[in-house]
Design a protein around this ligand. Structure first.
Ligand SMILES: Nc1ncnc2c1ncn2[C@@H]1O[C@H](COP(=O)(O)OP(=O)(O)OP(=O)(O)O)[C@@H](O)[C@H]1O
Ligand code: SF4
Ligand SMILES: [Mg+2]
Length: 375
């Protein structure tokens, strides 16, 4: 069975998460639709505040106290997460999904030895006795490449480096063999070398265990190297999703194109390529009430964009776009094999991305996008 044939492990349709505001609820996630299939790696990418973390937390319905979550469908292996009793929800959290966050301190108890924290998870979530849990915790420490596990078992979090703490957090998250590991920017707080080690560890664990991975990153290079598919988030919506090669080769949504253009480049075809950030700011929570949230920053914006229904439309197999303007253009002038189509956005020039993709990304023509993100 290929990844594409696998049934969805996690599925969200029209996921909305709102907070109480001074004059009524304000939406932080406004209609996210995505799915993670068994064994695959789905990348979630987008600017700060786009709703990535809240979307991740919906996999276990672990949201801030004041948040209200609704969805047309929120399910895990076909089971409705919104219908789970408290006990069933606890069981789902313990068995099915492991979470790793940017800051491992947020999930480690500073007053408890790290080995005991892994063992405690195994006792509570897997019902192991003390001795079996200790033995398994030591094995987990070896699995995540923590050298001298006997000695490190007794260390407190503050006695370990950031990278080691993240390995402990990963050991806790995967200790009960979850079907899905959610890693929310797991390397952002680490130096470049440690980042690469942690990503390699996640990749290896995924291959060895067969678990699926939902990986959040700001870095399209990381997404390109690690993921099978990607979902691009903006302003509380998934604006584009698809196989990572397809999205990178032929990004459709103007925001995805801008995001790829904003990757700092060193050089391309022997020439220096100047990159800029994306002009303007992403919308704050509750700022965009109707239509496309990218309107204020989009060079292709039309009056109709302020009232469009933000729905993903499939443009090619598995590749969907929420921008009707560029979808129409792509349908009118599809990128064909051998057509590099790259009239506007130069190759990303990011060694990690290009090495992973071995492509220069191509943009569908006939939509005016050549003026999109000129420096
Ligand atoms: N407890 C909360 N109360 C009010 N608003 C919140 C709360 N938690 C998150 N938000 C808002 O919801 C929006 C989405 O937050 P989220 O943390 O999911 O963004 P993100 O994409 O993960 O950003 P980052 O890349 O900075 O982690 C943001 O505007 C954020 O300010
Ligand atoms: S063209 Fe319109 S709908 Fe498409 S991204 Fe720009 S503002 Fe949004
Ligand atoms: Mg976040």
């Amino acid at each position: 069975m290929t990844v594409g044939d696998a049934p969805p492990l996690f599925c969200a349709r029209q996921l909305r998460i709102a907070f109480a505001g001074a004059s009524g609820p304000v939406e932080a996630v406004s209609g996210v639709s995505l799915e993670v299939r068994s064994g695959e790696v789905l990348g979630l990418v987008g600017e700060s505040g786009s709703g990535k973390s809240l979307t991740c937390r919906s996999t276990i319905r672990l949201l801030p106290h004041r948040a209200r979550l609704t969805a047309d469908d929120l399910s895990f292996e076909g089971r409705d997460l919104l219908a789970l009793s408290d006990r069933e929800l606890r069981d789902h959290r313990a068995r099915n999904v492991g979470m790793v966050f940017q800051d491992p301190f947020s999930c480690l108890d500073p007053t408890m030895r790290v080995g005991e924290q892994i063992a405690e998870t195994l006792r509570v979530n897997a019902g192991m006795d003390k001795s079996a849990a200790r033995q398994r915790a030591l094995e987990m420490m070896e699995l995540v490449d923590i050298g001298q596990p006997d000695r490190r078992y007794l260390a407190y979090p503050h006695e370990l480096s950031g990278g080691m703490r993240q390995r402990v957090a990963i050991a806790i998250a995967v200790s009960c063999r979850p079907k899905l590991l959610v890693a929310d920017e797991p390397t952002t707080a680490l130096d470049v070398t440690t980042q690469a080690q942690i990503l390699a560890l996640l990749q290896r664990l995924r291959q060895e265990t067969g678990m699926a991975l939902l990986l959040v990153s700001h870095d399209f290079g990381v997404i390109a190297q690690m993921c099978d598919r990607v979902a691009v988030m903006y302003g509380g919506y998934v604006v584009e999703s698809g196989p990572v090669t397809s999205v990178y080769r032929a990004p459709l949504h103007p925001y995805t194109r801008a995001l790829l253009s904003a990757i700092p480049a060193i050089e391309s075809a022997g020439k220096r390529v100047r990159r800029t950030g994306i002009p303007g700011q992403p919308p704050g929570i509750g700022e965009i009430l109707t239509g496309c949230p990218f309107v204020p920053r989009c060079t292709l914006a039309q009056t109709a964009c302020t009232t469009i229904d933000m729905k993903l439309q499939e443009v090619s197999p598995g590749h969907a776009n929420a921008c009707p303007v560029t979808t129409e253009a792509a349908n009118a002038s599809p990128v064909t094999a051998g057509d590099n189509g790259a009239r506007s956005v130069p190759p990303a020039g990011l060694p990690g991305v290009n090495a992973a993709m071995d492509v220069h990304h191509a943009v569908p023509s006939a939509d005016g996008a050549e003026h999109l993100m000129q420096p």
